[in-house]
Design a protein around this ligand. Structure first.
Ligand SMILES: Cc1cc2nc3c(=O)[nH]c(=O)nc-3n(C[C@H](O)[C@H](O)[C@H](O)COP(=O)(O)OP(=O)(O)OC[C@H]3O[C@@H](n4cnc5c(N)ncnc54)[C@H](O)[C@@H]3O)c2cc1C
Length: 397
């Protein structure tokens, strides 16, 4: 979709079509499966609108991708075409609102990204040009080494002259947001219960009547699945690619050294408001690990192994920010990314399963705030939102 047709699309939003998505759910009970950032954000918005919601989680809140994420809120290069980039930019705006409402711990200031090789740097320039075409050209710019050093004086930008500066981005303390959303749901009269595992949908004719869980039956006529990597498994669908792992280190608090998200060759780094440095690796696991990774481990097999990974990552950090030379790691996580097959979010009702709606995406931290609001509107106001048109599950059937 090009820029002009997208503007037309936005202009027509007010004409969004009435559907029967939400017609029968008003004043009824909605159940959300999944206590990650997506389920909690949707649950918060629905409960705020006065709906009686029950959210169930099989492990604990933030146990999977959300609790082991790098927590960067962005609208950058992988978010294409324009409809996806626009959704992500609305995501950033929505976080500003939600931050005010729930006093969220988000640090804004933008991101600085660069690469080692000329080929990757040229690609970055092309990507920036494309994004400038989508939005205000000043929101993302190419800056040089000196300009970047003025913004982040402790960062070694090596000899790079091609640095992309995205000014509106930020990074969140996701664990704290998860806690606040869950408290918000409970303050609004909703239930958040775990460990409780979804097992089965129960229909009478075409009407969803209840679900079976590991803790008994829940009466409900609208279920929202926000199950991350478990989506295909639960719905017997084929919408997801195999998940890939990422290691995230959280250090003990340090004095303030970095203001922005640093996306350097091989490594991502940001510093939370509480002083903790969050570090993520860009590359995936090597082939040698594949066999062990089949079972999607969330922990390292032993402490030595964990230490080896930590040391490798910290060595790269030191090259990029020499002052970070004596970091003490507080927490190391292995997270598994939910990856829709075509890279774009999957959001909407499942036609074949009345009363079932799903929300699963790769950049769930960036998108959670806007998705919570849009899904609430679709379900309660019984209309389809054209902003979500490119992201329907029906594209896989
Ligand atoms: C290493 C890493 C770095 C990342 N960095 C970023 C980033 O910087 N920015 C960004 O935007 N995104 C990032 N992501 C992606 C982001 O973390 C995810 O897109 C997001 O967390 C997905 O949220 P979710 O709620 O859909 O899934 P999850 O957080 O995985 O939550 C789904 C929940 O559903 C529960 N569940 C599953 N099946 C059942 C069942 N049968 N019954 C009950 N509960 C069930 C699970 O236990 C789980 O807790 C990263 C991911 C990883 C792994």
């Amino acid at each position: 979709m090009d820029r002009r047709s997208f503007s037309k699309l936005l202009a027509s939003l007010a004409l969004a079509k009435k559907t029967n998505i939400g017609a029968a759910v008003l004043k009824e009970k909605i159940t959300i499966i999944g206590g990650g950032i997506i389920g909690l954000s949707i649950g918060y918005q629905l409960s705020k609108a006065g709906i009686e919601i029950t959210l169930i989680e099989k492990d604990f809140l933030g146990a999977h991708a959300s609790g082991s994420s790098f927590s960067w809120i962005n609208a950058s290069y992988d978010k294409k075409p324009l409809s996806y980039n626009y959704l992500a930019r609305l995501g950033i705006t929505s976080y500003h609102q939600l931050q005010e409402e729930l006093n969220l711990d988000i640090k804004w200031g933008g991101s600085l990204e660069w690469f080692k090789t000329k080929k990757s740097s040229d690609q970055l320039r092309d990507q920036v040009r494309l994004l400038q075409n989508y939005q205000d050209a000043l929101a993302i710019q190419i800056i040089n080494h000196d300009q970047a050093s003025k913004l982040e004086s402790f960062v070694n930008f090596k000899n790079s002259q091609t640095i992309a500066y995205s000014i509106h981005e930020g990074a969140m303390n996701t664990l704290s947001t998860i806690k606040k959303l869950s408290e918000g749901i409970k303050n609004n009269g909703g239930k958040v219960i775990y460990p409780v595992e979804f097992k089965k949908l129960e229909y009478r004719g075409n009407n969803l009547e209840s679900i079976k869980t590991s803790d008994g039956e829940i009466k409900t006529n609208q279920v929202i699945f926000a199950c991350g990597v478990n989506t295909d498994n639960i719905l017997s669908s084929k919408m997801m690619s195999p998940s890939t792992p990422g290691i995230i280190l959280t250090t003990k608090p340090q004095r303030p050294l970095i203001n922005r998200i640093i996306v350097a060759p091989g490594i991502h780094i940001h510093q939370q408001n509480d002083g903790r440095i969050i570090i993520g690796e860009q590359g995936g696991a090597g082939m040698l690990h594949e066999e062990r990774l089949i079972k999607k481990p969330r922990y390292f097999p032993n402490h030595d192994y964990e230490k080896k990974h930590q040391n490798r990552i910290l060595k790269t950090v030191k090259e990029i920010i020499p002052k970070l030379n004596d970091l003490e790691v507080e927490r190391t996580t292995i997270g598994w990314r939910p990856l829709p097959k075509d890279g774009k979010p999957i959001i909407g009702p499942i036609k074949e399963l009345p009363g079932v709606y799903i929300a699963v995406m790769h950049s769930g931290i960036s998108l959670a705030a806007i998705i919570g609001t849009l899904v609430k509107e679709e379900i309660l106001e019984a209309r389809t939102n054209k902003l979500l048109e490119d992201f329907r599950p029906s594209r896989f059937t």
